[in-house]
Design a binder for this molecule. Structure first.
Ligand code: GLU
Length: 279
């Protein structure tokens, strides 16, 4: 409605200007100002406006995934590609970077935090899976990763095939266990699993020898490589990351998809991937 009025106003002013020019006025016809005003007015879908009206955007992000979502222990600041995506979304909603509230999430906590309304969106290496689409809304993919394995250099493990009879540490709520299981079954080997709530716990278990390998997406593993450990060349089970929101928030999902499509088209996404060394 607001937009219609502005368009009408723009037309009236435009015709007024042409009319004046037609009357032999010496003044050059002025640019109709209302057109400019119309461009500045961004009408948000109701479901997005409702969030913008709160004056903040609450985003669940990773705190321990370099280049995606990483929290500086000293300053508490978050940085990474997913952090920049949150800023881009806020800007599109008419909010500023200061209006974005980040909350560190894990594979286990991110879904429940959306469900109980503590977060508006989750941008946290969250893989789009058919069963998850029944629980949450997901945007189109913005990145693809694969599952990998981190092992101790002195373990003698060089590939997935060497994991026969070994213990693999995985995170609760992550796609990793199913991915390794499928790959191990296909390779005709048997592995055991130990599940942990957080990645630092799995890494500690790897260091202490409680598990023989730490498995999750390679992007996440990259944050845990030490002088003594190495990510195996094997990669499997491609993971498409999407921005998640509560089920039913379709206007928000569509709004996010428009943003992602635009970023793909105008080169912003490539620039973002390059900025974080992900291209
Ligand atoms: N991306 C995988 C998932 O969504 C790994 C877990 C994680 O993102 O922390 O399950």
């Amino acid at each position: 409605m607001k937009k219609t009025l502005l368009v009408l106003l723009a037309l009236v002013l435009a015709f007024g200007a042409i009319g004046l020019a037609g009357c032999g006025s010496e003044e050059p016809a002025e640019e109709p100002e209302a057109t400019e005003t119309e461009e500045e007015v961004v009408e948000l879908p109701a479901g997005v406006q409702a969030i913008a009206d709160t004056g903040k955007l609450r985003v669940g992000v990773k705190a321990d995934v370099p280049n995606f979502g990483l929290q500086d222990a000293a300053t508490g600041e978050f940085e990474g590609m997913e952090i920049d995506l949150a800023y881009a979304l806020a800007e599109r909603m008419g909010l500023s970077a200061e209006d974005v509230t980040f909350e560190a999430v894990t594979a286990k906590t991110r879904g429940p935090l959306l469900d109980n309304g503590q977060l508006d969106v989750v941008i946290a290496t969250f893989t789009i899976k058919p069963e998850r689409l029944e629980q949450w809304n997901f945007s189109d993919p913005y990145y693809q990763d694969e599952v990998g394995l981190l092992v101790k250099k002195d373990s003698g493990i060089e590939s997935l095939a060497d994991l026969d009879g070994k213990v693999v540490g995985v995170a609760q709520g992550a796609t990793s266990k199913d991915a390794v299981l499928a790959e191990a079954t296909a390779a005709g080997i048997t592995v055991e699993f130990l599940e942990f709530a957080t990645y630092p716990e799995i890494n500690a278990a790897l260091e202490s020898g409680r598990v023989d390998a730490f498995s999750v997406d390679k992007s996440i593993l990259s944050g845990y490589v030490t002088e003594d450990s190495v990510i195996l060349p094997d990669g499997f089970s491609p993971q498409d990351y999407g921005i998640a929101s509560k089920l039913g928030t379709d206007e928000l999902r569509d709004f996010i998809n428009e943003m992602l499509a635009e970023m793909e088209e105008n080169g912003e996404m490539d620039a973002l991937l390059e900025k974080w060394g992900l291209s």
